[in-house]
Ligand binder design. Structure first.
Ligand code: ZN
Length: 210
């Protein structure tokens, strides 16, 4: 595939808490960083997303007495899976992985900053209506093709890719530049790949990009 100025690489949540040693680590986050750095060099347009929660965020099990991580609660916007405290604003866990090296990234877009609502996709909060503005930004920049990498296919990469496809962008997820929370057959990553394929997202390898 040949890239041009209508292409963007969106690097999702490559933050310490989602990598080895963090509060909510993916299985392989630290391994995809060099792949992202290499493929990122090929893009003129790069956007970084950053999960960015206030203390006591609704997605934290610790905010719901008696609940543990991976339990769920029913919120006005639907079922909320609960997680360990992660990416708390202005903490080490919320910082980008120290080896992430994309100085030409043009936009850092934060999500999950509203205490009472979670956000997997960097386009829209989980209520399906509260937008971040990313879609309008990409349109104004003349973007037509969205390539996605980062953490994690099961949640935030998958959510963003599906939203990008629904918003009318031709959308690709770069498999070897994407980490997963649970890659086991039949588990969350497996299901996410199937769901985004149904949404019209194409799965590619970093070697497919010239
Ligand atoms: Zn989060």
């Amino acid at each position: 595939m040949k890239l041009d100025d209508t292409c963007v690489l969106v690097v999702v949540d490559m933050q310490n808490d989602f990598c080895e040693g963090g509060a909510l680590p993916t299985a392989d986050g630290h391994q995809v960083v060099p792949v992202i750095n290499a493929v990122g060099r090929k893009f003129h347009n790069v956007v970084l997303t950053q999960d960015w929660h206030p203390p006591g965020h609704v997605s934290f099990a610790s905010a719901h007495p008696g609940k543990n991580p991976l339990d769920s609660v029913v919120m006005p916007y639907g079922t909320q899976i609960l997680w360990p405290d992660h990416v708390v604003q202005n903490t080490w866990g919320a910082e980008f992985h120290p080896d992430l090296d994309l100085p030409h990234a043009q936009l850092i877009i934060r999500k999950g900053y509203l205490k009472e609502i979670d956000s997997y996709s960097a386009f829209c909060m989980v209520d399906g209506v509260t937008k971040t503005g990313l879609g309008s930004y990409l349109r104004e920049r003349g973007i037509e093709r969205v390539f996605v990498a980062g953490c994690a296919i099961d949640y935030c990469v998958g959510g963003l890719a599906a939203d990008a496809a629904r918003a009318g962008f031709e959308t690709f997820v770069i498999d070897d530049a994407t980490a997963s929370i649970d890659p086991a057959p039949g588990a969350s990553a497996d299901r996410a790949w199937k769901e985004i394929a149904e949404a019209g997202v194409t799965r590619i390898a970093s070697s497919d990009i010239e």
